[in-house]
Design a protein around this ligand. Structure first.
Ligand SMILES: [Zn+2]
Length: 458
């Protein structure tokens, strides 16, 4: 099997990391003239990645000339580096990236910036590591921290320090990274990492997420030990989170108080993303499922496990109701919303609201139809199992699983949700713990009169 060794060499200057030299050494990479050697992800959902500079490609015959081309499969921008002659044998790709400054204005995230923070850098692999999509083999990642102050560390989702695995380079690009003066709370392969010492009890957050990981892992029938969480100090006035494979990054800022009670739902939402999802191609066609399950289980799993109270769950459900039913963009279809969601962030929230209420309604319907024997949990776990067995998962897989497990056809409800038609929350949703009634409301931004819902404890 072919091997690729990747070395990351960060350089510190004036108390910050100014650049990172990156080398990919392939023991064999045979690319014919005109074909792609590698690609850089220059933009992800409107967030710029680190642009490779000072690029050199060499093989056993010397320097490999290349040509550039860009493609834009929405919402990503790639720069492709194509071979101008056949490559021969071992290939070494070298380039340099400069980490950016954290956003200081506007809205936070998504956390796809490769950004400096307090003498270190953090961000996702996809923002600074190039990909060679045609290649797979033995990958090893090495850190050369000799140009950083003593005590500096390098960590990514897949481990602290050097890591290796067999597979595609993309596996490393789907990881979060942090290096420099990285601090941590760890337990085995579970880790919680940060670069700026916050003014709140970070240990309390780390312990909370560790417990959450335990209960979610049991619920989703997962036995892999790796999970790593990265925390960023935002300079913006709002904060959020972004999940990748077996990891997420979330932010805090100096304007908003940070407690477990304030952050628990966000931390749970991002963690759920590790498990349920359907194939989201074309972009936006199944986002309702990823965001809907993340919203639904960010409430239901902590509630069932005593990590939050019924009153807290009620408040989380009401927040989502207010947000969705007064969103002026709520009549856009899922595909229309996906096209504009990174320009109009109101449309970006639609998949969350309609996803959670559609799933909660489906749960109520399945439980009524099966007299409590089955629930939407069985559907979600069934789809997860199909995914582990390699199935390609689309909306029809969801509808088929509801039919098979719940004995009901929800394709009409699904279409209404997908097209952005009005639908009301089912009073038996969210575990039959609440009542729900109609109430007059005003749309956000437009102030137009509209219909929303009020929840109360039963
Ligand atoms: Zn999400």
């Amino acid at each position: 099997m072919s091997a690729c060794s990747i070395t990351l060499t960060p350089f510190a200057e004036a108390d910050e990391i100014s650049r990172v030299e990156i080398a990919y050494q392939f023991d064999e990479l045979n690319i014919p003239t005109g074909q792609e050697i590698f690609r850089a992800q220059l933009n992800t959902v409107s967030v710029p990645g680190a642009e490779p500079m000072d690029i050199s490609v060499r093989d056993e015959a010397g320097e490999v000339p290349f040509t550039l081309r860009e493609t834009n499969p929405y919402p990503i921008l790639y720069r492709h580096f194509d071979a101008a002659r056949d490559t021969q044998g071992a290939v070494v790709i070298r380039y340099t990236v400069q980490p950016c400054e954290r956003l200081s204005q506007g809205r936070h995230g998504p956390y796809f910036q490769f950004a400096k923070e307090n003498g270190g850098v953090s961000g996702p692999g996809l923002a600074f590591l190039v990909d060679a999509p045609s290649w797979q083999g033995d990958v090893s990642l090495h850190w050369d921290l000799s140009h950083l102050p003593a005590g500096s560390k390098g960590v990514c989702t897949w481990g602290e320090g050097d890591v290796s695995y067999q597979g595609e380079l993309d596996h490393l690009r789907q990881a979060y990274f942090a290096f420099g003066p990285v601090r941590s709370v760890t337990e085995g392969e579970f880790g919680f990492y940060w670069l700026t010492e916050p003014p709140f009890d970070v240990n309390e957050l780390a312990v909370f997420t560790r417990n959450l990981f335990g209960v979610m892992q049991r619920f989703f029938r997962d036995s892999q030990p790796v999970y790593r969480i990265f925390m960023r100090h935002d300079l913006t006035e709002s904060s959020g989170g972004t999940a990748l494979e077996r990891s997420y990054m979330f932010g805090w800022n100096s304007r908003q108080t940070v407690t477990v009670a304030e952050k628990q739902n966000l931390l749970a939402h991002e963690m759920v993303h590790n498990w349920p999802h359907l194939n989201d191609n074309p972009y936006g066609v199944t986002t309702w499922y990823a965001e809907g399950t993340a919203e639904y289980y960010s409430i239901m799993i902590p509630l069932r496990n005593g990590l939050i109270t019924k009153e807290q769950a009620l408040s989380e459900i009401q927040k989502r109701t207010d947000a969705y039913y007064t969103n002026p963009t709520r009549h856009l279809s899922n595909l229309e919303a996906a096209k504009i969601c990174w320009q109009d962030r109101r449309a970006q929230r639609l998949s969350y609201g309609r996803g959670v209420f559609f799933l909660a309604n489906t749960d109520a319907k399945i439980r009524r139809a099966t007299k409590g024997k089955a629930s939407v949990d069985d559907v979600v776990l069934d789809i997860l199992e199909q995914g582990r067995n390699g199935a390609t998962l689309g909306n029809e897989v969801f509808l088929e699983a509801v039919k098979r497990i719940g004995g009901i056809d929800v394709s009409g409800d699904w279409r209404a949700m997908h097209e952005g038609e009005d639908f009301a929350p089912d009073p038996d949703s969210f575990g039959s713990l609440f009542t729900v009634s109609e109430e007059k409301a005003r749309e956000a931004d437009t102030g137009k009169e509209t219909l929303s819902y009020r929840w109360a404890l039963r």
